[in-house]
Write a protein that binds this ligand. Structure first.
Ligand code: TXA
Ligand code: MG
Length: 364
């Protein structure tokens, strides 16, 4: 199949005539790659089991991994769920449209193909004007996982979508680079206590301001092991993964830089192609290897914005091993470190103040 690419990099105002073809494709059961404020999505009609099956096939994704249903306005929510708890109303008022997904009990309207067999459904109202206008024009809720091949880093540009899904889907809307760069925050509201299933740009303090205490799903802090079962089925897969092995190095700035320098030189001497994930503040401290700054420590949102593109560049460069600086895990840093940990298969090197090193994970 030939994938038609339409260019809308000039984001606002969105010209609806350009989107009517995308809306028509969605209504007739086809697939469209489109920008959202978080990452690019691979959209299909959420109410059409056939469209959901096509999404799984195009991504090469296991069909027990449920899809997020995207809506364009509040009136589209009630038909999808059995009830809207007060917590959901409050969160929606505070953070929709925006980078937040809520898990609610699904109605019979949502097919099991879309919910991955679950009785719950993930719903999100994106703020991106192209996404919003496209969903509204389609007149159906849009199921959309990230528009990457399963197992690769999520796409933050239309070019990434084309690399992974070109020839497999009807259309890609190029809206330029996304704003946030990591996928939406997922909060489960189906149990007594609200539970964070995936950290994102709507941070824990932002959620707690509205909800009070939020529980963190145990998989967010620990590698998967016996007895640890993620509530978001997708969190059990090795997502966001570059092709190279990746090791996260944590310690004081000086310790991290000198350890990465030493290991990079060793690996290069052993004939390996080395990538280094640095920050604006440290990039100049490395002399060997393929050094890339992922953003500035002064504003971790910049790291979220660039992370997946940097991982994809290392793939394209054929790097064998990536040494990455670790970042603080507060605010959006929790989302950054969650994605970095997954990319590294939880391979971590921690250097204590006294120089003692602890290496964990690494056999993914
Ligand atoms: O930012 C985003 O959320 C992007 C853009 C396109 O909107 N979408 C996205 O979708 O990241 P995806 O499919 O790559 O990730 C969806 C995650 C998976 O980990 C999945 O397991 C979880 O949401 N999920 C979906 N429905 C769920 C449910 N009913 N209960 C628990 N987790 C669910
Ligand atoms: Mg994904």
């Amino acid at each position: 199949m030939e994938t038609k690419v339409i260019r809308m990099e000039d984001r606002a105002p969105v010209d609806p005539s350009l989107l009517s073809e995308a809306a028509q494709i969605l209504r007739s059961g086809g697939l469209v790659g489109f920008p959202t404020e978080t990452v690019y999505g691979l959209g299909g009609n959420a109410l059409d089991p056939g469209a959901s099956k096509k999404i799984y096939a195009a991504k090469g994704r296991p069909s027990d991994n449920p899809l997020i249903v995207h809506i364009s306005r509040m009136e589209e929510l009630p038909p999808l769920v059995t009830e809207i708890p007060e917590t959901a109303r409050k969160l929606a008022a505070a953070y929709w449209p925006g980078p937040m997904t809520m898990i609610l009990n699904k109605s019979a309207l949502v097919p099991h193909e879309t919910s991955g067999g679950l009785e719950t459904v993930a719903v999100r109202m994106p703020s991106d004007p192209i996404a919003n206008a496209m969903i509204r024009l389609a007149g159906v809720p849009v199921a959309a996982p990230s528009a990457n091949t399963s197992g690769r880093p999520s796409p933050t540009t239309a070019q990434h979508v084309l690399e992974d899904l070109g020839g497999k889907i009807e259309m890609i809307i190029d809206g330029g680079p996304v704003q946030v760069g990591v996928e939406s925050t997922i909060i489960d509201l189906t149990e007594e206590q609200p539970t964070l299933l995936r950290p994102g740009a709507v941070t824990v303090p932002m959620l707690e301001k509205i909800l009070g205490p939020v529980r963190l799903d145990p998989v967010l802090t620990k590698p998967l092991g016996p007895g640890i079962h993620p509530k978001a089925p997708g969190m059990k897969y090795r997502h966001y993964a570059p092709r190279a092995d990746m090791i996260l190095v944590d310690g004081t700035r000086e310790q991290v830089v000198s350890e990465i320098r030493r290991r990079a030189e060793e690996a290069i001497a052993a004939g390996k192609k080395v990538g280094i994930i640095a920050s604006e503040e440290t990039r100049g401290s490395y002399s060997a290897g393929d050094v890339r700054s992922v953003g500035t420590r002064a504003d971790e949102a910049t790291v979220a914005h660039n992370l997946f593109a940097v991982l994809r560049q290392f793939d394209a460069d054929g790097v064998d091993i990536i040494y990455s600086e670790a970042f603080p895990d507060d605010g959006i840093g929790l989302a950054v470190m969650n994605r970095m940990n997954k990319a590294a298969g939880h391979h971590h090197l921690r250097i204590a103040r006294d120089g003692t090193e602890t290496e964990t994970g690494g056999n993914r």
